[in-house]
Design a binder for this molecule. Structure first.
Ligand code: SAM
Ligand code: SF4
Length: 351
């Protein structure tokens, strides 16, 4: 089978995967256990580190249908994928989210979670998602100061609105509830302690993320990066931290508990300064049906055309997924002089 590689400058040799496929293993021996599924590239926010105001969204016909998503996830599961995270864009704008979650949950995955900006869901929505089979939820919240939050997200939503979602998710029993914040120098590095304090106040899992060069505006620069070391130093000078084991060896976050025994967990995702590529077990499916082996891939593989071709079998899809996995790169090369940012921003990859 030949992969349809977008970005012809990177056209790859013919697919070596023929015959039955039993797992998704890359050329470096890493086995895929986690699938990130982007449900849409649309969003009601335009976060400065993610999406420019003039972003052009895909047309509906370009996006995978629920039926197509479920088919791909089912095939991935048969190839060893255990955990699925739904993301976007903003996944809660997806019109049939509870039904889709219900169908995915019925596959019997080990874990089904979602990342959301938390601005659109009510408690009743969260009950519906939980009842459909969602296990865990992560909300993004980058600032607790209203004016700054508005500037960061280019929206009229307030931090309190997102916190309402966090509290509601806890009440309805989604566990653990996690809060992600991207730290960007000049925007919110002075809030890392206040954001970490949310973990203690809400008994939640707070993760601060290094700013990655994946924004559609190509605004990233080294001087806007706040390193994990700096984040940990700032937080531990106020709340002494005790390191705890990563959830799994493939988990991106270095985790800590609070030395004084306060509730909650604190973590840092150091994708830039301490890459965890060697233990990566992830594959990504974009909302428009491209398989993206790595956040930093500059090549992507057009699964949508294959799915929509008449009479495509599950085995052919499995072979395609295996071939795309074989093209997973060893790691990102952000620090190389000739590093090229992928054309697709985080919002269209599915962060
Ligand atoms: N809209 C949802 C949200 O914001 O949670 C889900 C999609 S968003 C692309 C997923 C995650 O990617 C969010 O936690 C967001 O903060 C993070 N993200 C987006 N752009 C990023 C960047 N340039 N560097 C680091 N993280 C980024
Ligand atoms: Fe939307 Fe999430 Fe990107 Fe912000 S980070 S613009 S909420 S997709």
């Amino acid at each position: 089978m030949r992969l349809h590689v977008l970005h012809p400058d990177r056209r790859l040799p013919a697919n070596p995967v023929d015959g039955p496929v039993h797992e998704l293993r890359d050329a470096y021996g890493r086995v895929i256990r986690d699938l990130r599924v982007s449900l849409t590239d649309r969003c009601n926010f335009r976060c400065v580190y993610c999406m420019e105001p003039d972003v052009v969204f895909k047309r509906k016909m370009e996006l995978l249908t629920d039926f197509e998503i479920i088919r791909v996830v089912r095939i991935c599961q048969s190839l060893g994928v255990r955990r699925v995270r739904l993301t976007g864009g903003e996944p809660t704008v997806h019109p049939t989210l509870p039904e889709l979650i219900g169908d995915l949950a019925a596959l019997g995955l080990e874990d089904l979670s979602m990342t959301s900006n938390g601005s659109l869901v009510s408690e009743a929505d969260l009950v519906a998602l939980r009842d459909a089979g969602l296990r865990r939820i992560t909300f993004s919240l980058d600032s607790l100061e209203q004016e700054r939050f508005a500037r960061l997200t280019r929206s009229t939503t307030t931090p309190e609105r997102v916190l309402m979602s966090v509290r509601a998710a806890k009440r309805v029993g989604l566990d653990p509830v996690r809060i992600n914040a991207v730290i960007v120098r000049g925007f919110n590095e002075d809030e890392v302690v206040d954001l970490a304090a949310l973990a203690r106040d809400l008994d939640a899992d707070v993760r601060l993320i290094e700013y990655m060069p994946l924004d559609s505006g190509h605004r990233w620069s080294q001087d806007k990066l706040v390193s994990a070391d700096e984040i940990i130093d700032r937080v531990s000078s106020v709340f002494p931290l005790v390191p705890v084991e990563r959830e799994r060896s493939s988990s991106p976050a270095a985790r800590f508990r609070f030395a004084d025994g306060a509730p909650g967990m604190f973590g840092v995702i150091a994708s830039v300064t301490r890459p965890f590529c060697g233990a990566c077990s992830r594959l990504r499916l974009s909302a428009d049906g491209m398989v993206i082996p790595c956040l930093f891939s500059t090549s992507e593989y057009d699964l949508r055309s294959l799915i929509r071709a008449p009479a495509t079998t599950d085995e052919q899809i499995a072979q395609f997924l295996a071939a795309a996995t074989l093209r997973k790169q060893a790691g990102h090369a952000i620090h190389d002089a000739n590093y090229r940012q992928p054309d697709r921003p985080m919002s269209a990859i599915g962060g």
